[in-house]
Design a protein around this ligand. Sequence first.
Ligand code: GLN
Length: 378
Amino acid sequence: INSKLPGVGTTIFSVMSKLAEEHNAINLSQGFPDYPCDPLLIEKVNKAMLNGYNQYAPMPGLMSLRALVADKTNGLYHSDYHPDTDVTITAGGTQAIFTALTATIQQGDEVIIFEPAYDCYGPTVKMLGGQVKSYEMAPPDYEIDWDMVKRLFSVNTKMIILNSPHNPTGRTLSAHDMECLIKLTKGTDVLILSDEVYEHLIYDGAEHQSVARYPELRERAFIVASFGKLLHTTGWKMGYCLAPENLTKEFRKIHQFNVFSVNTPMQFGIADYLQDAGSYLGLPDFFQEKRDYFRKLLAQTKFNLLPCHGSYFQCVSYAHLNEDPDVDMAMRLITEYGVASIPVSAFYTRNTDHKVLRFCFAKKQETLEKAVERLIKL
Ligand code: GLN
């Protein structure tokens, strides 16, 4: 078959999780919690199923859940999203990203992506006939020089993809970054796809710079978020997309023919749960504690720790230890030391290798301890 995506293999998350299983390694590669979610949430989903909510949900999602999403967002970021016209419930963040891109990107459109980048952005753009314009960020701080970003703009620039807190680097966009972006896109019709699935995983008292805060940006933006990160349930594959009415209209044209609608009892259960729990309010502290603990442990290893301002990923550099490609280094950690990580070169279109590995710390304390006990031997 004439492949639509030649050169694209299986996503690094599946590859590394499978290897971890085969080698019985501690899996700090793919990002997911290894501790249970709140049993109350499971009860609420159960209740929805028992109460007979087992048929199709409305195509854009359950109204009560959309209303909660709009209220939460508008409350946090002083935006004005309307549940009826601006919120769509999706089968996870990745589906929302895929749908937003499919709804907008056409042959020849250029999309600016900051790399290292979550691995679905580039291939999806290419599959749609679009062209990726990469801005490569580099360790240790993965700073963005907006004057350089400006050089990537052309008459064909259709979209810019943001991700803050950033996977894999843990970088967060600052108010200054947002000002630069506003200046850069002012007077253009460049769209924004803002992947904010880690919005509540932000540390040291920092404020999440949601695109929703900025009227000039949000009027041209799709914002993608994830219940998996909010509720520690990545396997439920539940998320949502916020966008102004004209963009949501296009989004739903694709959504209805892709999944049509998503899991009904989950939507009821989550809506019920979010109604009486400001559950996400504790997330920054919960994960900051894990980050601090993991960093303290990792300080005993030979790795150099890179900064982590948000997300549940901690990157380390081993550039001072050896010159091995990061893919080889990650393989060695799995096969010889029993710890799975993600080689960050997988997140660069050109596979740029800065000798950096990503570890997920959304894990039980004992998992982190066991992993570092093994890594100390390196
Ligand atoms: N977002 C998760 C990560 O970065 C993985 C999601 C997936 O496996 N598709 O590890």
